[in-house]
Design a protein around this ligand. Structure first.
Ligand SMILES: Nc1nc2c(c(=O)[nH]1)N[C@H]1C(S)=C(S)[C@@H](COP(=O)(O)O)O[C@H]1N2
Ligand SMILES: [Mo]
Length: 403
């Protein structure tokens, strides 16, 4: 707030009056389109390069949600052709040869430093499996399950994907650029178009990261599942910030400011905080880790044949302690039994699970899956409401029909 007040916000492309208006707007919930109302079906979307076949994706505004049913039979890694896309504007087309990363700011001991694509690729690399998940994943259930109003994209549970990322530790690049001991925040910024909402230009997508996280496990990734990053997922280079809210994983990164004082942007002030009754007017602290969730690899409203045995499958994941166990209920939450975990639980990834089921009663039913993590936390029945509908962690009631 000091920076906004002190005029620094101007250089970030937004003034204080706009900020206060946005804070006010952010704390008023507006209704969102019901998840039950079909988002329009299309095989592609202007602004997204890859095809979006209707069996793999549900299009929501400028974004494409992965249909969880399309993950059934796939491995831990989400095939790139079905990895969700969250674009504030549109995928920019960038040539690697024309691209560079500029690291600059008063948190460096010297002048700005540029890295070409080839220079970055020549640095020692690391590979790690991590999910990228939108903070609003599951948002539509605040409305459909808790009857609460929230604003934002009406995702069901498919705003998540897990990939094997290869790249250079951000730490390596920051050290080579001469990060000083006085640096506190780094601010990666995308080269995609400026974001205009309600007539206010928020500038380019950017969100400060504390130095402690930036020097820990963050990657400047140039490969996804063994291939160069596809355009929609950040080619040539994106951040991968394991376990943190999706917005931290800046795509198409063009520059990184290294600062000796805390930085702000709309994405850590009016957005990606918790607002509403029970939270301060300026919102909670900026969101960091994702929460605990589970999903069936089934469409909502899936249909089953009575007396025919099936294997229910799904996935559970956590941005905190790794998943320890998953329970499934096929009778609306009366009885629960353990699902069989099919992967070794790991922080920042998900586990696949399965549970056999022989549907007996015909008619509508509800399936539930709930995870418990190694800290002993279990998904609750109700998620704590916040006006922007972030971090939905309650057990989802998955409607099915037995015929
Ligand atoms: N430059 C830029 N980075 C971005 C975004 C964006 O619109 N522009 N969207 C963010 C959000 S909100 C999410 S959830 C993830 C989505 O990554 P994906 O599209 O590769 O799935 O990217 C983040 N990084
Ligand atoms: Mo997101």
């Amino acid at each position: 707030m000091r920076q906004w007040a002190g005029g620094r916000a101007r250089s970030a492309g937004i003034d204080r009056r706009d900020l206060l208006r946005l804070v006010a707007a952010a704390s008023v919930a507006v209704p969102l389109a019901s998840a039950a109302a079909p988002a329009y079906a299309a095989e592609s979307l202007p602004g997204v390069v890859k095809p979006l076949p209707a069996d793999l994706f549900t299009i929501r505004g400028t974004n494409a949600e992965t249909n969880f049913a399309a993950l059934r039979g796939t491995g831990v890694l989400t095939p790139t052709d079905r990895f969700f896309v969250r674009n504030h504007t549109a995928t920019p087309r960038i040539e690697a040869a024309d691209w560079k990363l500029t690291v600059w700011g008063d948190g460096l001991t010297g002048a700005p430093v540029d890295f070409s694509y080839d220079a970055l690729r020549a640095l020692p690399s690391v590979t790690r499996t991590a999910f990228v998940e939108c903070a609003g994943n599951g948002r539509s259930f605040y409305t459909s399950q808790q009857n609460q109003q929230v604003s934002g994209t009406a995702w069901t549970l498919g705003a998540i994907g897990t990939a094997r990322w290869r790249g250079v530790p951000l730490r390596t690049v920051l050290r080579r650029a001469g990060i000083g001991r006085h640096a506190v925040d780094v601010l990666p910024r995308g080269v995609d178009a400026e974001v205009v909402t309600d007539g206010t230009n928020l500038g380019r997508v950017r969100r400060p990261l504390p130095v402690s996280k930036a020097l820990d496990d963050v990657l400047l990734a140039y490969e996804m599942n063994g291939e160069p990053l596809p355009p929609d997922h950040g080619f040539p280079v994106r951040l991968v910030v394991p376990s943190w809210v999706g917005i931290a994983n800046i795509k198409w990164v063009g520059d990184i400011e290294v600062s000796a004082e805390p930085l702000v942007s709309p994405w850590n002030t009016t957005l990606y905080r918790l607002f509403g009754p029970g939270y301060p007017a300026e919102g909670s602290a900026p969101l960091t880790r994702q929460t605990l969730k589970s999903a069936f690899e089934l469409p909502l409203g899936a249909s089953f044949t009575a007396h025919r045995p099936v294997h229910l499958t799904g996935r559970s994941w956590s941005g905190g302690a790794p998943v320890r166990s998953v329970e499934v209920s096929t009778d609306g939450g009366v009885r629960w039994r353990r699902a069989r975990l099919r992967d070794e639980p790991r922080a920042g990834s998900w586990v696949r699970w399965s549970a056999p089921w022989v549907p007996d009663r015909t008619g509508p039913g509800v399936l539930l899956a709930r995870a418990t993590d190694r800290s002993g936390r279990t998904q609750p029945e109700t998620a704590a409401h916040n006006t922007q509908g972030y971090l939905f962690d309650a057990v989802v009631r998955h409607p099915v029909t037995v015929v």
